[in-house]
Design a protein around this ligand. Sequence first.
Ligand code: PLP
Length: 371
Amino acid sequence: MRKDIMILLNPGPVNLTERVRAALTLPDLCHREREFGELQDEIRRRLLEVYSLPPENWAPVLVSGSGTAAVEAMLVSLVPRDGRLLVIENGVYGARLADIACCHGIAHAVARQAWGTPVELDALARHLDAQPGFTHVAVVQHETTTGRLNDVAAVGRLCRERNIALLVDAVSSFGAEALEFDAWGVTACVASANKCLHGAPGVSFVILRRDALPVGGGGRSVYLDLARHCRAQDARDTAFTPAVPIFYALREALREFEDQGGWRMRHECYRRLAEAVEEGLVRLGVAPFLREGERSVVLRAYHLPDGLDYAALHDGLKQRGFVIYAGQGKLAASIFRVSIMGAVDAADIQRFLDAVAGLLSPARHSGAKAR
Ligand SMILES: *Cc1c(COP(=O)(O)O)cnc(C)c1O
């Protein structure tokens, strides 16, 4: 049925449903017209509804750009010049938070751990207490590097006890994993259109406590100033030219998201597909990189099978219509990743597993002969 479409098992951009794809070609629209204000309002309202956040306390702020644009906007807008940030790093995206802090001269320290390891809470508490003066902590909820779900609730507890604001990169988990803004003490959280929300790439957003918005000037960036964006968007306007077709697609993706039952249903749907991938791969002798209970439902990392390097696995699968994702950094030589976000179904996964099986048996056969 979908033979012409490459099935994307990378963590975004995702396969779009036909319904969302069709929204990309809605009529050309000037962003200063009433119709754009309505489009933007609906998106902002629906973003808060994903986790039932009341609009009096929470502001969704849209930024045209990929997820990193909103991550950067969050850090440069919310950590004040006299503030101090602690970044938790256990993967590529934690490292990126630290990179951003470096580039903008944000006073910061990095709690650096081996990639893939769980957040060391005792060490984190000691770090926060040894050098008082931290005003903000930044953490990645789902480290897409390894598929690890970091314990944001526990990090939030340590922050709340010390009156420290918690900034969360939830780019690859928003819409598919539990996120308890109030209970966990989240101050701001970033995500983007083209991951678990199943929109097109080009729009990202920050959801933040309204009382965390800086008042007055002194900002570090013009384009990435969340206060400026929020003021304009609250007035149904926009600070700069937005990615209009991508807004259309995000609105449709959010309508579809609601029709399909919201984040709990998406979580359940991902969980079933992720387990099917994992069971199938384990049956083929391919082992998961992380232990059970640590893995997200969105993406899982696997050890590369003996006798098949990443390039051979990737290229063989691509020929058969599937795109997988490489490991990053030091993990590039040892793992591969499979994400099930996007319009992917159980039949796609079955065909994917058949394709992996087809690649593995000749590789193992020739490997055995060589030995
Ligand atoms: C995808 C992703 C980002 C943003 O990456 P972009 O390429 O800018 O979209 C940030 N954080 C995490 C955890 C991600 O998975």
